[in-house]
Design a protein. Sequence first.
Length: 393
Amino acid sequence: MQRFREQHWGLHPKIDPEFGPQPSSHKTTLTGDEGEEIDITLELSDKERVSHYGLNSRATNLFSIKSDKLSIEDDLVVKVFWAEATRTSEPDILKRVYEIAHDQDIEGHVPAMLWYKSFEETSTAKVRQRLGLKTEGARVLYTIIFRKLRPITELTGRDFLLAWWETVKCHLALWQNDVYHRDISASNLMYRTVNGKIVGVLNDFDLASTEKTATGTERTGTIPFMALDLLEDDALEGHVSHAYKHDAESFIWVMIWICLRYDDGTPRERGRPLDAWLKVDAFGCRKEKSDFLRGKERRSLKPGKGHEENWKLATAYINALVMINATISTSPEDQDPYVQTDDAFKAYLSDVIRPFLEIPADGPREDTSQVVTSCLTSESEEWELVSTNANAE
C-alpha cells in the first residue's frame, strides 16, 4: 500500500486530482461512454453535497454541477460512485427503465440521466490481481449526470402522500417488467416540480437488477428500511429470494420513518424516535422493528408537524403488517400467501391506502397493471428523458 499512487486510493485525475486543500469548485472536461465530450464544473463547497467515505463500499458522492454543453433550465447533479463490476451498470438499467416508463405511462417518475462515463482503468481488480487475490467484488468508478431532484422528506401533508404513492406505482410497473429496485429507502424517494405540480420520483438504480435473483456481493437494501424477512440469518446469508413483498414492506417503513422523524420537512432537532434502528446491526434492527410492531410504546408516539394525517395511514399500514406477519407465520412453509406480486401489492399497499385516497374498489380480480392505471391520482406531465444513448439512436 506504500506504493499506491493517488488513483489507487480512489482519486481520479480528471475529477479529484490530488490530496490537499479542497477548492470551492473544480472544472474539467470528460468524454462519455457514448463519445460525447462535455465540460463540467463541480461545486465542491455546495452545502447540499452528499459524501460517503469508505474503503469497502460504493463511496457515493453527489455534487451540484454546471455545464455549458448540457445547459438546460433544470439544475444538474453528478453522481460519482464505485460500482461492483459484476453488476449490470446503472446506466444500462436506466436505459431499460426508460423503455418501460414510456410504455407504462410513468415517464417523469424516474430520474433523468443526461450523460455517463465509466472509468474502466480504475477497476480495483487490477490491484487484487497483483496481490494474488480473487477479483470477486471488484469495483469500477462511474460518473452519471442527472437532472436535480429534491428529497421526499421535504414534503408534508397531501403532497407527501401523493408523491410517495406515485413512487409505489412506478416501482410496481418496473417490477412487473423485470426491473427490480431492491433498495427502497427514505433517501431513494424523491420529487420534482413541474408547472407548480409535485411529482414523485423513484431514484437510485445502482443496486437494481433485471435478474430475479440478486447478483453481486452486496446485500441489497438499507437496513432500517429492509423487510423483517430479509434481516433473518438465512436471508443475510443469501438463502432467501428478494420478492416484491419485501420492497412493498420497505415502502411502509419509509412512511413510518418520515412521519415520526420530520417536522415540516426538516429532521426533528430533538427526541427523534427510531434512532436505535441506526445504531445496531441487521439482527439488532430486526429486533428493534419487531418490538416496534408489537409494542404499546409506539401508540404514544406523536407524528412530526405536517404528518398528522399521514400518520393515520402509517398506523393502518402497521396494523396491516402485524396481520400479514401473523398470516405468514401460520401458513405452511411452502405456501406463502403473498409470494405473488398481485397479492402482495393489494395486501401490503393498495387495499390499505384506498380509503385514504378514495380509490374505487377494484371489483373482480384483476391484473395489477390495471390496478396501477385505476389508482392514478394525477396525470404526469410529458417529460422527455434524455440520454446519450437515446440521442445516438
